[in-house]
Structures are given as structure tokens and as C-alpha cells.
Ligand binder design. Structure first.
Ligand SMILES: Cc1cc2nc3c(=O)[nH]c(=O)nc-3n(C[C@H](O)[C@H](O)[C@H](O)COP(=O)(O)OP(=O)(O)OC[C@H]3O[C@@H](n4cnc5c(N)ncnc54)[C@H](O)[C@@H]3O)c2cc1C
Length: 378
């Protein structure tokens, strides 16, 4: 049957694309459906940062795997995804932050991340040329963290899925999940098409709750607006992603492949709900925050701003599990880290489905879990 697949994936962001790639590689016939173009959700709006510095063992190990996969990706997918391990530097301007970073470094090393280390302010300026170290105590630095270009990654996966016999349907919004006898059978789109499959995966990112509801499954994912901007390309400085957790801080890095600086900050108070609005407040505030850290950026021009959603779960960890509806899976709620988690999560999704597992691949990512603990390096 032309419209029958082994697996339908709802969502053509990094999670859907990576999952689809590993499933297709395992020999399954995959169809990805996205209501927009590939990467039109959060993935195409992210700033491309990839780090292993987390505080839960599961996330650290998953990210170490993702970094390895990003490193092999250009060759594996046959397209340049602009992977570059330029590192991440988390800055500490007070003693309390320093203490918590030192504790986190101990946890990360215990989990196997050997190249993360505390560096003093002087060394911070050596690894981040131009960094203003006034008031800086030092930072948590991991040189093997890095960056890649989100559209190149998603399109690279999609290309491979098609080469492996899979299908990618864009501008196809799923409006119904077809169920019979307690198991999933396929989906219907708003355009009236019906696609059948033995397995359906909800990889709808910030819309995972709405897509879960189509199948009668509650997926506790809440969208939260985050804005970003990008500058013109200038000479590459060779600095890592800078992360400043102060209330007037932010995160930014320079893409090695084109010299553009890209950055964002977490708004206070947060902005819940689906929104892709951009504000003048962010446009005026973000460059100020960047200049505070690297004054030499003053002549660099901002050329574009936009916004997208983080997809938060109550405890800051993803949801990666089967659901009470037979053969309906969820891989969503990446809490603002989905791009970096994508490759390793995609492999887990494929393994969970091909092995027909009855348990989530990681207990801390179960759909039904105690959501009271919190990831500290958000
Ligand atoms: C400003 C900003 C900066 C970020 N920076 C980083 C970063 O540096 N590093 C990092 O790792 N992460 C970052 N993130 C987070 C990252 O973008 C997300 O965690 C990740 O993209 C989530 O991927 P996803 O595939 O789960 O969701 P998405 O990319 O949102 O994909 C879900 C897809 O589902 C589709 N969809 C929804 N409903 C339906 C339906 N009914 N039918 C069909 N399709 C549907 C959507 O169109 C969408 O394309 C950032 C996010 C933002 C907003």
C-alpha cells in the first residue's frame, strides 16, 4: 500500500528527523509528516549550540554520545553540517556560582566527561579573545562542546531518509490519530489524507501536548517563547559559546563557517504559550548584553531577529517513552536542548521501537515519572 509505512513520525524538526534516519537505517519504512517545512518549528529557530555540561548523569552521557555523532555526521550524511568543536564557557561572577560549577564539574567528570574543567579569569580570556574579565572569577570550560548548523542537519537527515526509501511530507498537518482496539493505526491530515502505520511517534516539539491529545495521551510539555538574533559575518575570533547566567546575561557564539554571531537570553519573567513574536526590547537589550561581555563587538551589525519556543517539561528533562496507547510513542519536551540532544535521542527512539521495548530507554525520561527533580544547567 502506497500510504502504509512501518513508522509515521509527526514532526520534522531535529527529533523527528534524527529518529527517522536511525529507523530507516535499521531497515524500517519511515514517513515524516510536518505541518510546515522541515525545521519550521523550534529547530530552525535555535542557535546551534551543542554541549555536554549538564548535571544529570543521563543527560551528560546522552550528550557525550551526541557530540560523537555530530563529529561523524558530515561524512555519514554526505553533507557539511558545519560541526565545529569550539567549546562552551559558563562564566562565574560570584562565589556561589563558582561553587555550583565546581560541583557540576565533579559530577560531569564522574559521568565520564574528562575534558571539562574550571579555568580562572585569565585563562577565560585566553580561550575567549576579547572577553571582559572585570569581576569574573572564572568559568566552567569544556573544549569538546561545539556547534552545528540546524537546517543542514535536519535536511541532511531527511535526504538520507529518502535515499533509504522513506518519505517526507511537508505542509501536512496531522489532525487526527487513527486508533482501533487500543492501538494506533495511522493518522489523518487537515488536507484529508490518510496515512497508515504500525507505529506512530509524537515528535511535535512544543506542540507535543496538542498532538498527544489527538491520541488521548497527556504529554506534559509547555511552550515558552525565546527570542534570538544574528549578526553579519565577521572574522572568526575562535571563542567558545559564552554562557552568562546572571539576570542580565545571555548566551552567544560565533558560527565558524560564516563568522556570524548568534545569541539569545532567557526572559524574566518567562513568556509562556505558543508565540513567534519578536520584540524591540530584546533587539535593544541583547546587543547590550553581548557588548558587556565582549566590547570589541560594538561595530558588528545585527541583521535579523526572530523567536521560537522552548518545550518545557516540569523537571527540565525530555520525555522519551512508549505511551499507554499501544504503538504510540513520544519523543518530545527537550527543554531548550533538543538540537544538541537530537542525534542521541534519535538513536534511542529507533532502538526503543525496533526492540519493541516495554520500558523507556532511560528511567529519568519516562512519560510517567516523578517530575520533582530539576536540571540545574538549564
Ligand atoms: C531561541 C532558541 C534558541 C535555542 N538554542 C538552542 C541551542 O543552542 N541548542 C539546542 O540544543 N537547542 C536550542 N534550542 C532548543 C531547540 O530548538 C529545541 O529543543 C529543538 O529544536 C526541539 O526539536 P523538536 O524536533 O522536538 O521540535 P521542533 O523543531 O519544534 O519540531 C516539531 C515539528 O512538529 C511540527 N508539528 C507540530 N504539530 C504538528 C502536527 N499536528 N502535524 C504535523 N506536524 C506538526 C512542527 O511544524 C515542527 O516542525 C533553542 C530554541 C530557541 C527557541
Amino acid at each position: 500500500m502506497a500510504n502504509h509505512s512501518d513508522v509515521i513520525i509527526i514532526g520534522g524538526g531535529i527529533i523527528g528527523a534524527a529518529s527517522g534516519y536511525y529507523l530507516a537505517q535499521a531497515g524500517l519504512k519511515v514517513r515524516i509528516l510536518d505541518r510546515g517545512y522541515l525545521g519550521s518549528g523550534s529547530t530552525g529557530r535555535c542557535i546551534g549550540g551543542i554541549r555536554q555540561q549538564f548535571t544529570s548523569e543521563g543527560s551528560i552521557k546522552l550528550m557525550m554520545e551526541s557530540v560523537r555523532l555530530f563529529g561523524e555526521m558530515s561524512e555519514e550524511l554526505g553533507t557539511d553540517v558545519h560541526w565545529h568543536n569550539g567549546g562552551y564557557l559558563f562564566l562565574a561572577h560570584d562565589q556561589q556560582r563558582k561553587e555550583s560549577f565546581l560541583q557540576n564539574i565533579a559530577i560531569q567528570r564522574q559521568a565520564g566527561l574528562q575534558d571539562v574543567r574550571w579555568i580562572d579569569a585569565y585563562e577565560c580570556r585566553q580561550v575567549a579573545p576579547g572577553l571582559d574579565i572585570n569581576g569574573l572569577l572564572g568559568g566552567s570550560y569544556c573544549p569538546s562542546d561545539g556547534q552545528a548548523y540546524p537546517f543542514a542537519v535536519v535536511n541532511g537527515y531527511a535526504q538520507r531518509i529518502k535515499q533509504l526509501g522513506g518519505q517526507v511530507s511537508t505542509f501536512a498537518e496531522v489532525s487526527d490519530v487513527i486508533r482501533t482496539g487500543g492501538r494506533v493505526k495511522g493518522v489523518r491530515t487537515v488536507q484529508g489524507q490518510e496515512f497508515l502505520a504500525d507505529v506512530v511517534v509524537n515528535a511535535a516539539g512544543p506542540w507535543a501536548r496538542e498532538v498527544g491529545a489527538l491520541a488521548g495521551i497527556d504529554v506534559p510539555v509547555e511552550p515558552e517563547r525565546h527570542e534570538a538574533l544574528i549578526t553579519e559575518g565577521v572574522e572568526y575570533l575562535g571563542a567558545p559559546m559564552l554562557v552568562d547566567y546572571r539576570s542580565d546575561g545571555g548566551y552567544f557564539q560565533q558560527f565558524k563557517h560564516n563568522g556570524q554571531f548568534i545569541g539569545c537570553y532567557s526572559p524574566v519573567p518567562n513568556v509562556p504559550g505558543h508565540s513567534s513574536d519578536s520584540t524591540y526590547q530584546f533587539l535593544s537589550e541583547m546587543p547590550r548584553r553581548m557588548l558587556k561581555l565582549v566590547p570589541a563587538l560594538a561595530p558588528v551589525k545585527v541583521i535579523r531577529q526572530w523567536s521560537g519556543s522552548y518545550e518545557n517539561t516540569p523537571d527540565g528533562n525530555p520525555i522519551l517513552d512508549r505511551t499507554p496507547l499501544d504503538s504510540f510513542y513520544v519523543a518530545a519536551g527537550m527543554c531548550g536542548h533538543g538540537f544538541m540532544l537530537g542525534p542521541a535521542v534519535g538513536r534511542r527512539v529507533a532502538r526503543m521501537i525496533t526492540e519493541g521495548g516495554t520500558k523507556p530507554p532511560l528511567a529519568e525520561f519516562a512519560l510517567e515519572r516523578d517530575f520533582s527533580s530539576k536540571e540545574a544547567m538549564k
